[in-house]
Design a protein around this ligand. Structure first.
Ligand SMILES: NC(=O)c1ccc[n+]([C@@H]2O[C@H](COP(=O)([O-])OP(=O)(O)OC[C@H]3O[C@@H](n4cnc5c(N)ncnc54)[C@H](O)[C@@H]3O)[C@@H](O)[C@H]2O)c1
Ligand SMILES: [Zn+2]
Ligand SMILES: [Zn+2]
Length: 350
């Protein structure tokens, strides 16, 4: 099959001679990928912020059709249209039962191989023609009727991630909240906050074109340097909660100033630094709560899908490049990393 490989930082290659994934364990499924997202999380290894094992197929937001299942798979069979949450989950261990599928004790992250322990096989990702899915029954989600491939890509990660980030703020009904970072995750958080009843959302991002997309969803927006003034104007005392979806220390430092005393800062960005961008003293002096962690997409979808039945998702606002050939992978990664040319989210079509 053909697909992408992350060979080294800033070096994504399109390979045409990759081995076809096969069922390796009775619980596996193999999915023919129809669409696969490019996520801000793919940039951490690409930009060298996160160590990685070279030559693993990246990508963790796949949608497609099941082509083969192992003997133990009960819930899915060939021909089923599925979305693949970004981690595998068994569905039965402690974390899975507690709604924390992203921390399944048997789980793994798609598109990832531990660089320090080569005895554990990598789990290749979705930016390729086919994808092997371990623990298929506990991991896969049937694409709901009426959802196209692009909606389903958003449901495989960024929409439930943005939703989870807002839920971690507590009850936002009637409140003003801020979202820092208006990439795909932040835009999904803006949309989720308004659906969960927030009165106002202040979106903050240095990129004007991204701010405009947040405004289309109903946010008021500012560049980072103008954020504090807009928040003071809008609320006087600070926002009830901040979703930090920027992934930079500067945004964390700002977040603990934008939030009012007693408020919540929800760090949904992947953490790649050894230290926070704020001090324990600031948290203490302002009685703040900070929450963080990988979004449990499979668990979240179990709750969310019924709630979102018939609801139009913000797919058109978020996905700017819906139809990118894998052969353009290297250039698309570079454009995305540079935040150039209006690219917020690209979707590969193998
Ligand atoms: N917790 C999870 O489970 C989970 C899941 C998916 C993605 N993520 C993470 O969420 C983050 C966002 O993902 P994305 O796909 O939207 O990425 P992205 O890179 O497209 O978006 C990040 C945005 O932050 C903006 N930004 C940079 N500096 C800023 C600042 N000082 N203040 C405000 N905004 C600033 C950038 O301009 C950009 O628009 C990444 O760290 C990603 O790894 C986490
Ligand atoms: Zn992602
Ligand atoms: Zn589990």
């Amino acid at each position: 099959m053909h697909g992408l490989l992350l060979h080294a930082p800033h070096d994504v290659r399109h390979a045409t001679d990759l081995p076809d994934p096969r069922v390796e364990a009775p619980g596996d499924a193999v999915v023919a990928v129809a669409a696969s997202g490019l996520c801000g999380s793919d940039l951490h290894p690409y930009e060298g912020r996160e160590p990685f094992r070279p030559d693993v197929v990246p990508g963790h937001e796949a949608v497609g059709v099941v082509v083969e299942v192992g003997d133990a798979v009960r819930g899915f069979g060939p021909g089923d249209r599925v979305l693949v949450p970004f981690t595998t989950s068994c569905g039965t261990c402690g974390p899975c039962r507690r709604g924390l599928s992203a921390r399944c004790v048997h789980g793994a992250l798609f598109g990832w191989g531990d660089p320090d322990d080569l005895t554990v096989p990598a789990l290749h990702g979705g930016q390729a023609q086919h994808l092997r899915v371990p623990h298929a029954d506990g991991t896969l989600v049937a694409v709901p009727d009426g959802r196209d491939d692009l909606d389903a890509v958003l449901l495989a990660d960024n929409l439930p991630t943005g939703w989870t980030a807002v839920e971690r703020l507590g009850d936002v009904r009637g409140a003003t909240v801020a979202v820092q970072g208006l990439g795909s995750v932040g835009l999904c958080a803006v949309w989720s906050a308004l659906r969960l009843g927030a009165d106002r959302v202040v979106g903050i991002d240095p990129v004007a074109a991204r701010r405009q997309r947040a405004e289309r969803l109903g946010a008021v927006t500012a560049a980072p340097e103008a954020g504090p003034e807009l928040v003071t104007e809008a609320t006087g005392e600070g926002v009830a909660g901040v979703v930090e979806a920027a992934g930079v220390t500067a945004a964390q430092a700002a977040a603990v100033r934008l939030v009012r005393p007693g408020g919540v800062v929800s760090l949904i960005s992947v953490q790649t630094e050894e230290a926070f961008g704020f001090s324990p003293i600031t948290l203490y002096d302002r009685n703040l709560t900070v929450v963080s962690g990988r979004a449990p997409v499979r668990s979240a979808l179990d709750r969310l899908l019924a709630h979102l039945d018939g609801v139009a998702l913000p797919t058109d606002v978020v996905i700017t490049h819906p139809d990118v050939p894998l052969a353009d992978g290297a250039a698309t990664y570079a454009t995305f990393a540079a935040r150039e040319a209006g690219l917020v989210k690209a979707v590969f079509r193998p």
